[in-house]
Design a protein around this ligand. Structure first.
Ligand SMILES: [Zn+2]
Length: 305
């Protein structure tokens, strides 16, 4: 499917009253229709991209909400002058009759943006109208990247992206929009096929890692992320264990499933509550708990007789 046949940036005129009201939610001073220039952009879609990844439809819906109010920048040549556009409305739009490589209907997040009609923005608006500024790149983060065939974490199974298994195409499914950062216009008249339509924080990290001067930075971040994952995993195990020790807790498997979904804050609170309960039931258990720490610090009053 050729997603470039549709311009990423649709032209627009002055906003009507309803649109203006939305715009003014984000503006410090009340703007009149003739003070703003509005246009539409195609932010991201559910087609499988060059990295073999794609946003699921649900993720697109979530991203659409997250992008409202986010500012867009106009490449490096513009940012110095502080030119920005702001998304005041988004929606997920179906592309009738167009199928993705995965075989379902193509959808994309359409963003409606405005820039101020100031003297400084005249050239920018001319470029928008001239269709030179067409491609946008978005920065966002997702919670999960899973294999489309087996549902396991991407990279943890033997399925290969691009291959077909029992009629199912393998790709990395990006699920759960965690955050939308910013979006930016990139002038790409020289490379109409450059495909900057879809960028994700996740992918950008991989790209950065291959760039000079960034490999170390990315490696450090990956190490920190790995430490964080191990810490959370240990915390989850402890909550599940303590839940069992309370004697009145939730079924072990159910607790495991619940703990998998919780973040640090909730896990710490559960650990506190369960540890208290467990301590009342088995006073020794908590001593064991403390005892583990005491092994690291052998000089402790409790064990000095
Ligand atoms: Zn798989």
């Amino acid at each position: 499917m050729n997603i470039k046949k549709q311009a990423s940036c649709a032209l627009s005129a002055q906003p009507d009253d309803a649109e203006l009201e939305l715009i003014n939610q984000f503006s410090r001073k009340q703007l009149a229709a003739q003070e703003v220039y509005t246009f539409a952009v195609r932010l991201c879609d559910n087609e499988i991209d060059r990295d073999g990844e794609r946003f699921e439809c649900g993720t697109l819906e979530e991203l659409a909400k997250l992008f409202v109010g986010k500012t867009g920048i106009f490449d490096h040549q513009w940012t110095a002058a502080g030119q920005t556009a702001r998304l005041y409305r988004t929606e997920v739009v179906e592309e009738p009759g167009v199928l993705t490589a995965a075989g379902d209907g193509c959808r994309y997040v359409k963003g409606y943006a405005y820039v101020l009609r100031t003297a400084g923005n005249e050239e920018l608006i001319a470029q928008l109208e001239g269709g030179i500024l067409r491609e946008v790149s978005v920065g966002c983060a997702v919670e999960r990247a899973v294999c489309s065939v087996c549902g396991k974490q991407a990279g943890s199974c033997a399925h290969r992206k691009g291959e077909v298994y029992d009629g199912k195409l393998c790709y990395t499914s990006l699920q759960g929009a965690a955050d939308a950062f910013e979006w930016s216009f990139v002038a790409v008249p020289a490379q109409p096929k450059a495909g900057v339509l879809k960028h994700k924080g996740y992918t950008e990290m991989k790209e950065l890692a291959g760039q000079e001067g960034w490999a170390h930075e990315v490696e450090q971040l990956e190490k920190q992320a790995e430490l964080g994952r191990r810490y959370l995993s240990a915390l989850r195990n402890e909550v599940v264990r303590l839940n069992g020790l309370t004697g009145e807790g939730v079924d072990h498997e159910v607790m495991e499933a619940i703990a998998e979904k919780l973040g640090e804050k909730e896990l710490l609170e559960l650990r506190r509550v369960y540890a208290d309960k467990a301590a009342k039931r088995f006073p020794l258990v908590t001593q064991l708990d403390h005892g583990m720490k005491q092994q690291e610090k052998p000089v402790d009053g409790a064990f000095l007789i």
